[in-house]
Design a protein. Structure first.
Length: 160
C-alpha cells in the first residue's frame, strides 16, 4: 500500500469506529469492532473488515444492518474527510478474531490435558530433598548445582 492509501484507510477506520460506537442507532448492530480497512490504489473502493461478537445469527443481522447503513456511513465519511471522492464501501466479516479465540481454546485444552497427564504419571514434581524443579533444571544446593542427571557443576567459570 502506498502512503496515501494507508492514510486514507486509517482515517476511514477511525471515523467508522466512532460512527459505530456513537451514532448508528440500528438495534441489529451488536458489539462491532473495525479490524482493518483496505483501499484500492485509485481510492475508489474501500473494504472494511469488522469483527462481530455474538452468535451466527447476530453476526448476520449486524452485517445486514451495516450494509443497509452504507449510504449514511459514506455521507458521514464525505463530511468528515478532506478528500475529493469518498470511496464506495463494502463491509466484510473478519473471522480472524473468532479463529484466534478457537486456536487459543484448543491450546488451553492441550495444556490442561498435558498437565493432567504429567501429574498422573509423576505425581508431585519434587525430589527426595523437598526441592522442586522441572526435568533438566538446575537445582541449587549450596555452593554447587546439581542437574537431574546427577551431574554437579560448581557454577564457577575459568578465565583462560
Amino acid at each position: 500500500m502506498t502512503k496515501r492509501q494507508t492514510q486514507v484507510a486509517e482515517e476511514i477506520k477511525q471515523i467508522i469506529s466512532i460512527l459505530l460506537q456513537r451514532e448508528l442507532k440500528d438495534p441489529r448492530i451488536g458489539f462491532v469492532t473495525v479490524t482493518n480497512v483496505q483501499v484500492t490504489q485509485d481510492l475508489k473502493y474501500a473494504r472494511i473488515f469488522v469483527s462481530v461478537l455474538g452468535t451466527g445469527e447476530e453476526q448476520k443481522a449486524t452485517m445486514q444492518a451495516l450494509t443497509s447503513g452504507r449510504g449514511f456511513i459514506r455521507r458521514e465519511l464525505a463530511s468528515r474527510m478532506e478528500i475529493r471522492f469518498v470511496p464506495e464501501i463494502q463491509f466484510r466479516l473478519d473471522k480472524g478474531v473468532e479463529y484466534s479465540d478457537h486456536i487459543n481454546q484448543l491450546l488451553n485444552e492441550i495444556k490442561e490435558s498435558d498437565a493432567e497427564r504429567v501429574v498422573g504419571e509423576f505425581g508431585d514434581d519434587s525430589d527426595e530433598r523437598g526441592e522442586t524443579g522441572t526435568t533438566g533444571d538446575m537445582v541449587e544446593t549450596g555452593d554447587a548445582s546439581t542437574n537431574r542427571d546427577g551431574k554437579v557443576s560448581s557454577g564457577e567459570t575459568s578465565d583462560d
